[in-house]
Structures are given as C-alpha cells and as structure tokens.
Unconditional design. Structure first.
Length: 254
C-alpha cells in the first residue's frame, strides 16, 4: 500500500476543503483519501477519521442533506468543522471497540499469513488487566485448533455491543463538556465507527432495540445534537458499511 508523505489531512489539498456546488463536491470527493493501512503498516487516527468522514459525506449527499457552498476544516476538539452559509457543524469521530480486541488484531497481523490465525471472541470478554496477555494468547488460534469457548448465550453478543457503543458515547459526551471543546458551533454531531469484536455476530435490529432502552436511561449532562453509527450493512451483498442515525436531539432517540 502506498504510504503518505504529506502530513496535511487532505494531502496536497491542505487541511481544508471547499465545495462550491454539487458538481464541485462530486469532483473533489476523491480528494479525501479513505484508504486505511494495516495496523502494522502505520495506521493512525487520521486514517479512521478520513474513512468515516467520506462515508458520512457520501451518505448525506445521497439523502440530499448537504448544502452548498460548504467548507470542511480539520481541527481538534472538534475533529472537523463543516461550514455552510446557514450553520457551522462541529463533528467528532470516535471508535467503539475494546483494548483486548485491538491488541488481538495487531498480534494476528504480525503472524505469518500461512498460519491463518483466527481470533476467538469469547476469551476477549475478560477485561482483567492482570491476565490480559493470557487472554490475548487464548483468543489467537490457528485454523486447525479447537475453540475453547462454549458458544454464545441468548442475546449476550447484543448486550456486549450495547455496552461498547454506550461507552463510546459517554466518553465523547464528557469531552463535549470540557472547556477546551469549541462551544460556538450551531450544531454538534458525533460519528461512532463500530469496530467492536461482536459487530459481525449481532442481529443489528435487535441490538439497536436494546441500545434504545439503555440510551434513554443514560445520564448525559449535555449530548450531541446528532449521533451517527457506521456499521455493517446486513442488506448489502458486499457487506458494505452504512451510516445510521442513532439519535437526534429534536426528536425522540432513534
């Protein structure tokens, strides 16, 4: 995979993009490089941010929700400012995952391809830091090795997924309330990228229903105006990822 030499967020186009019109947007969307290298090949947060930003923009354009002219500025706290004639949107991007799963993924990439390393999910539920290396070792298995777990019990994958998504929301919601976060935008939006160890195991409709109940009970001092989720698209033959609106402040959650 080609490595980037330009440290600017949009490469040769700097840290800002301006779309004067719909045709200009179509032309310049390719300026957002959404390629994501392997963990062992220099992946950093900006790769995930660009990937999520492009899905967000393409999805909103498809639904005719973008307004032109429009500018996008890369920043910190928030990650992006989206500016139109009518409003400024502060956009944050985060990942919903667990430390154990990310370590297991990195370790699996380090192993020779010929070993065909698999990750057994159930051991990763153990979040005890004292035995973390043992947990990761149990999770990484060769293709011919037997699994050690007893399988899933009922809706346990959906419940685990809800916990991971809620933790991501609460963590970013706390950041939204910190003094250094830009507080003069007209609207605040959050994109959650679902990179959890159970994302391919859940029934999404069932998981979203459970998330609705838990979300409504969450004690959040100040919340984003809109919360989006990028996750698998069960209806797509290619299993493409989709953008789902989880929450919008002006109406009931979900």
């Amino acid at each position: 995979m080609k490595r980037e030499d330009n440290n600017l967020f949009f490469g040769d186009h700097g840290d800002e993009l301006t779309f004067e019109s719909e045709s200009d947007f179509i032309k310049k969307l390719s300026y957002i490089n959404d390629s994501v290298p392997r963990r062992t090949e220099g992946r950093i947060s900006k790769h995930r941010e660009r990937y999520c930003l492009k899905i967000y923009l393409k999805s909103l354009y498809k639904e005719k929700l973008l307004r032109f002219p429009m500018g996008i500025k890369k920043g910190e706290s928030p990650d992006f400012l989206i500016i139109t004639n009518n409003e400024t949107i502060a956009l944050e991007v985060t990942e919903a995952t667990t430390e154990n799963f990310q370590i297991a993924l990195t370790e699996s990439e380090k192993r020779p391809a010929k070993e065909e390393t698999m990750i057994e999910i159930l051991p990763l539920f153990n979040k005890d830091k004292k035995v973390q290396q043992e947990v990761i070792k149990k999770a990484l298995r060769k293709k011919e090795e037997k699994l050690t777990g007893k399988g899933w019990d009922g809706d346990s994958p959906e419940k685990e997924w809800v916990t991971i998504i809620l933790e991501a929301v609460i963590k970013k919601n706390k950041k939204l309330n910190e003094l250094h976060f830009k507080n003069d935008a007209d609207k605040y939006e959050l994109i959650i990228y679902d990179n959890s160890h159970v994302r391919l195991l859940i029934h999404l409709d069932k998981a979203l229903s459970l998330l609705t109940k838990n979300f409504q009970q969450a004690d959040l001092e100040k919340i984003f105006d809109v919360i989006w989720l990028i996750t698998k698209n069960e209806q797509s033959p290619a299993k493409d990822e989709q953008l789902i609106k989880l929450y919008e402040k002006k109406c009931a959650p979900f």
